[in-house]
Design a protein around this ligand. Structure first.
Ligand code: HEC
Length: 126
């Protein structure tokens, strides 16, 4: 009886440890290692750029409500904003630009690098 209880306890805590360890694998690599490698290959408008802008920008920059006359909710509006010459400097928060996103933290270095990579590829609509 005693032995069985101890064995069950050991089994139970073993399962708990395995569960705890395995749950780590669900975490996002970029969150766990913010200074780790940033993958800028294969960036696309739909999978990379649009989600970043939807999360951080389109609340203030959309076709119905374009703050500073800049909309960022469609492919063509983003291309116009980049060509307008104020886009990259504002997210890099470079001197001479109004830092964006307004009232929130700077985009992560990785997100900025990904957007730069997409611009450098010629802003493909993919
Ligand atoms: C809380 C609202 C808000 C958010 C969020 C926001 N913006 Fe803005 N943005 C503004 C306003 C308002 C202006 C106009 C500021 C002015 O003219 O003084 C502006 C101006 C700009 C400009 C012109 C900057 C310049 O130097 O001329 C760019 C480019 C821009 N935003 C891009 C972005 C991008 C990209 C994001 C997301 C990363 C973003 N904004 C997020 C409100 C916002």
């Amino acid at each position: 009886m005693e032995h069985r209880t101890i064995r069950n306890l050991l089994l139970g805590s073993g399962m708990f440890i395995i569960w705890t360890l395995s749950s780590c694998y669900n975490d996002n690599y970029q969150t766990l290692y913010p200074s780790g490698p940033c993958d800028t290959t294969g960036v696309t408008f739909s999978a990379t750029v649009k989600p970043i802008l939807s999360t951080n920008c389109t609340g203030c920059h959309n076709s119905n409500f374009p703050s500073g006359s800049i909309a960022l909710d469609t492919y063509s509006s983003v291309v116009s904003a980049v060509k307008g010459g104020r886009f990259l400097g504002s997210i890099q928060q470079a001197p001479g630009y109004i830092p964006m996103p307004q009232g929130a933290g700077k985009l992560s270095d990785c997100d900025i690098s990904r957007i730069e990579a997409w611009i450098n590829k010629g802003m493909p609509n993919n």
